[in-house]
Write a protein that binds this ligand. Structure first.
Ligand code: FES
Ligand SMILES: [Fe+2]
Length: 354
């Protein structure tokens, strides 16, 4: 039996979930791999501005996005000789965050000993993962084995919402909101069957009806043509694997939502949808290069569906946030017990860092 969260951390129920911070001792996703080049990119994870850049070997580095000279953003600068150069007076910082060059240093002056924070960063499964916690991480980022697997077609949609991350996670864990997406036909008739929880995750198991069955090579066209879809029962599993979200609908679909909470009223996230080609055993006998070609050419096959879902969800989530800001004391009437577990996990994870 998984250990219950309340036996591990004393949960402070009175703490308002919409004001919660994050537990920084986890890997968060701050960018897609293809967004980071040798031109610095400024990102934010929970109020901390960070400059990301690649060195000449392609390795990604993450430094605090603040020039200690006069506090402007280093991400406005450029990468010179694998160092980050500030655009204002040209001071340079190496990938440990130490000042290495001041272009106008006089012969009798020493380099300033100022140092900016360096963050552990990793590139994995198409994304840049950053650890904003204390010291060096002892855990690994969540893995997305489908990203490189030749049997899965990926689609990515970016979520930028003006809302606390709890609204996004609750939206993703409450599959009764299929009502909102009726016109897009993502899933139907969700019914919560079971919940498992421990100090790191909540797994909610729903039964549902799926519109898609990917069992013939031409079934992929169901993603584009609604007339080809037929409702049939499938298990719908959603998990809050703090701080991210993973779900599967039957054997054909796997979806991840990788979070980058920015502050109490802003959240960025990446939604990654994988369609499985596992059912096509003939395809698996073809040369690797051809399978890679199929995978790459079908990249983004579910874009319209995924973007449509995001637009509808973000509208609701932002409206919830606005309602909260106008009347923070108003309480919801929640009937889905998975959401109680989710809130408990958010509180206990945040409390673990206090
Ligand atoms: S502010 Fe960065 S070099 Fe002066
Ligand atoms: Fe949704």
């Amino acid at each position: 039996m998984p250990e219950s969260i309340s036996s591990i951390y004393p949960v402070v129920q009175s703490r308002d979930v919409r004001q919660l911070g994050i537990n920084p001792n986890h890997w968060y996703v701050v960018a897609q791999s293809n967004e980071v080049t040798n031109k610095p990119l400024g990102v934010t994870i929970w109020k901390q501005a960070i400059a990301l850049y690649r060195d000449s070997t392609g390795k990604v580095h993450a430094l605090e996005d603040r020039c200690p000279h006069r506090q402007v953003k280093l991400s406005h600068g450029q990468v010179i000789d694998n160092e980050l150069e500030c655009t204002y007076h040209g001071w340079r910082f190496n990938n440990h965050g130490e000042c290495s060059t001041v272009p106008y240093l006089a012969a009798n002056q020493k380099l300033p000993s100022c140092k900016i924070r360096r963050y552990p960063v990793q590139e994995q499964d198409g994304f840049i993962w950053l650890f904003p916690g204390d010291g060096e991480p002892t855990i690994a980022p969540l893995s997305l084995p489908e990203w490189d697997h030749l049997n899965y077609i990926a689609t990515v949609s970016t979520i930028n919402c003006q809302a606390h991350y709890s609204y996004l996670i609750e939206n993703l864990m409450d599959m009764y909101h299929g009502h909102l997406h009726q016109d897009l036909q993502a899933w139907a008739e969700a019914s919560l069957q079971d919940i498992e929880e421990d100090s790191h995750r909540v797994d909610a198991h729903y039964s549902a009806q799926s519109y898609y069955k990917i069992d013939k090579i031409w079934s992929i066209s169901q993603l584009f043509f609604p007339a080809l879809r037929r409702l049939h029962p499938e298990p719908l599993d959603v998990s809050y694997v703090y701080p991210h979200w993973v779900s599967s609908l039957g054997k054909d679909f796997k979806i991840y939502c990788l979070l980058c909470p920015i502050n109490e009223t802003q959240t960025k996230a990446y939604l990654i949808h994988f369609t499985s080609l596992n059912a096509f055993w003939r395809l698996h006998k073809l040369p690797i290069w051809f399978r890679r070609f199929v995978k790459d050419s079908l990249f983004g096959a579910a874009q319209k569906l995924l973007d449509g879902l995001v637009i509808q969800d973000v509208k609701m989530i932002e409206e919830e946030q606005q309602a909260y800001l106008q009347n923070p004391e108003v309480r919801n009437y929640e009937l889905n017990r998975a959401l109680m577990s989710v809130q408990k996990l958010m509180r206990s994870q945040e409390a673990a860092n206090r």
